[in-house]
Design a protein around this ligand. Sequence first.
Ligand code: G6P
Length: 630
Amino acid sequence: MCGITGYVGHEEAAPILLDGLSKLEYRGYDSAGIAVRDNDGKVRVVKAKGRLKILSEKTDGGTTLPGHIGIGHTRWATHGEPSEANAHPHISDESSDSSAVVGVHNGIIENYHELKEKLIAKGYKFYSDTDTEVAVKLVDSYYRESGSPLEALEKSMVVIRGSYALAFMFKDYPDEIWTARKDSPMIIGVTNDESFIASDVPAILKRTRTVYYVDNLEICRVRAGDVKFYNIEGESRPKEAVSISWDAQAAEKDGYEHFMIKEIHEQPKAVYDTLSTLLKDGLTDLSSTGLEDSLIRNFRGVTIAACGSAWHVGIEAQYLLEGLARIPVRVELASEYRYRDPLPGFWEMNSDTAPAAGPVAGDLVIIISQSGETADSLAALREAKKRGAHTLAIVNVLGSSIAREAEFVLYTHAGPEIAVATTKAYSAQLVAIDALALHFARVRGVITEDKERQMTAELMTIPDKIRTLLEEKDRIQWFASKKINTRDAFFIGRGLDYAVCLEGSLKMKEVSYVHSEAYASGELKHGTISLLEQGTLVVSVLTQNRVLEKTLSNMVECKSRGAYLMAVTTHGHFEVEDIADFTVYIPKIDEHFAGSLAIIPLQLLGYYTSVARGIDVDKPRNLAKSVTVE
Ligand code: G6P
């Protein structure tokens, strides 16, 4: 969701800005623009609606914009339609090529309307519908008063409500870029004589691995190879750079046609790398998270808050934590949790004790997030902390806001995920939850060490079993091409299989635009079944023995109403083939962990359906990888 790049150094800025933006394409956008200051101090802005390719063509790969300092932006429309006028960068003075302030923004300025009216009263005119133009003109109004970028930013940050990562160039400081940040990501990379600004690490990996993570409410002055940080009071703050260990290759397609299929193939590694940090000598070991066993023993329950696929992992976690560790779990959509006055200790309500109004110590809130920047998940984390709960973040991106603000952090090790639709990060989260559930189960005395050893050994078979499943991808591709014209799809399953269905269905609809829903099989007769027509695709997941026959009966009910049935089941359940039109078998595994295998054919189904339908699978319309606004 919106990408920012910036460069100051000795090379031509525009090609570097464009290249950086191309690495941020995954975030989702509908227009783009760059602004470069030339050696005479003049700023030129070029913008384009649509793909970055158009901007690149318009500027001949950036070569028509000479200069060694500039800022770039990909915009995901919030205020105002996607258009050239609304695209960033925005300028304070339309009639001049030496505008006092030029800026880009990621986030939402909530009080932009009020600020705009005040600026209009001061004589400012507006050429776009964006909240960003308001921010640029607000900063300009303070800059005109003091002539100081630092003071202008400090004052603006005090009056702006909402979330932002902002980057500005000021007329009288031709060798500097200034940034300010609240609740939207921003990093700064440096070499000896260059500096790079970006919304995410992949944008700068080619050029440097030395990175500063900009903190909330922090202002930075960026010169070539020299970055200075200030707090909102304008006081200078020391900061250590960190060294990024991913290589640039990890964020490239590496011979695969799309990032999504590359990332599907990276799942054995993502799962292995994540498990390796959570298992030691055959037992789970959460010491890297900071979460101590003495605390785990005393938790009365767990709340999980997340969005999208991470929420699906939460649903799976509920089955696992309750089933294996016998601890009550509640799963919440982060966007709901943050506004509904939640009580972290909800289970207390059933006891004689009245629910505590203040902090409820002893309860755990888990936030699951690949990016660690999702606005709703971050807000849910803050809400949980405010209410006194212990917080554990399961996050993939090192140094992200959620990772930095949570009390305990469990890092998944999926590496950079570029395709909008998550696959490897989801799989890494799933095994992290498996390990967490096993650990809770042993520490709380529900399972023995022997049992745990046996189960962790099963967990470690997942990477190879995923590899085996991936060898069968041609069959799924064939099936997807056969069902290319499917209008609707329904995914049904019970228990853990239902959690897998939620994710399988999301994969289908988000990348292939086929209308799709996931239903717990038992709910079929309460609605969905009326939607079945001749040929409607129904995908069933059957890996849980206890309920397998129940779902089989539900499949028969669908078939007798004309549905076309695909089934995903465990090797050995050959009776499924008598009912399903197309069956995929997953290798045998402890049922608790079958979700990690059953999801693979469903990811492939979504992917190949999308490709067969000619959709831009890595960047489906309207979606963003990292949703940093509400
Ligand atoms: C977006 C992505 C999804 C992701 C969700 C939550 O909608 O497209 O793939 O599951 O955000 O993101 P997070 O980074 O918090 O896991």
